[in-house]
Design a protein around this ligand. Structure first.
Ligand SMILES: [Zn+2]
Length: 213
C-alpha cells in the first residue's frame, strides 16, 4: 500500500491546492474586447470559491460578495485580485462563452501533484489476477435543461416535436480505492451530439484526455 493523501505534505495543503487552481485560471485567455475593471481571472476564481464554499446558490454568493469581510477572504484565500468579486449576472456573461477545455487544466495539475508525491501508489488496486490497476467509477449527470434556451452544442430531446427540449450532460469519473478516504476526480467530459448523428457519445475516453503524461 502506497502513501495516502496526507495533509502534512505541503503540496497537499488546501492553501497550495487552491493556489495551483488559481494559477491555472490566470492562464485562461480573456475574450473580452475591451479592457475591463475586473481582471478576467477573478471570474473563474470567484466561481471556484462559490463551489468550494458550497454556497446554496449563485444568488446567495452574490449577496455575500457585498460584505467587506467576505471580499477580503476571497482575496486572501482564493486570490481574487483586489477583492473584486463580479456579480452573478456578469459572472454568467463572462464565463458562458469560455471554452470549457481551459477548466480541465486544474484537474490535470492536481492529479500531477498526487502522482509526483507518490500518493497515486496508494490507489493501485490489486485483486486476484488484477494487479496495478486503478478503479475509476464513471457516471453521467445533467447540468442544463430547457424547453426554450439552447446553444449550438445542445443535445436535443424530442426533436421536431411540440415538446422539443435542449440539454447538456457530462460524464465524470473519480479514481477511488476501498482503503482511501480521498477520491481523485478527473476532469468531466461533455457528452455531445456528433455532427450529423443523433447518437450521444462521450467525445474522448477519460483516460486518453486526462491522464497526466
Ligand atoms: Zn447548449
Amino acid at each position: 500500500m502506497g502513501a495516502a493523501i496526507q495533509k502534512k505534505v505541503r503540496q497537499f495543503s488546501a492553501t497550495y491546492l487552491i493556489k495551483t487552481v488559481s494559477e491555472c485560471f490566470e492562464k485562461i485567455p480573456d475574450h473580452r474586447p475591451n479592457k475591463c475593471v475586473i481582471p478576467f481571472a477573478n471570474f473563474p476564481k470567484s466561481a471556484f470559491a462559490m463551489m468550494h464554499q458550497k454556497c446554496d446558490s449563485l444568488l446567495a454568493f452574490d449577496e455575500e460578495r457585498l460584505d467587506k469581510v467576505c471580499c477580503h477572504n476571497l482575496e486572501k484565500l482564493y486570490h481574487v485580485k483586489d477583492g473584486m468579486v463580479p456579480s452573478d449576472t456578469r459572472m454568467r456573461e463572462v464565463l458562458d462563452p469560455v471554452d470549457p477545455s481551459g477548466h480541465k487544466t486544474p484537474f490535470k495539475k492536481l492529479l500531477n501533484i498526487v502522482q509526483r508525491n507518490g500518493a497515486l501508489k496508494g490507489f493501485e488496486f490489486k485483486c486476484g489476477k488484477l494487479k496495478d490497476y486503478y478503479l475509476l467509477p464513471v457516471d453521467g449527470t445533467g447540468l442544463f435543461y430547457s424547453g426554450t434556451c439552447r446553444c449550438n452544442d445542445c443535445c436535443i430531446m424530442n426533436e421536431g416535436k411540440k415538446n422539443e427540449a435542449y440539454y447538456h450532460n457530462i460524464m465524470g469519473g473519480c479514481i477511488v480505492h476501498p482503503n482511501q478516504k480521498t477520491v481523485l476526480p478527473l476532469a468531466p467530459e461533455a457528452i455531445c451530439k456528433q455532427d450529423g448523428t443523433k447518437k450521444m457519445i462521450v467525445k474522448k475516453r477519460l483516460f486518453d484526455v486526462f491522464w497526466p503524461r
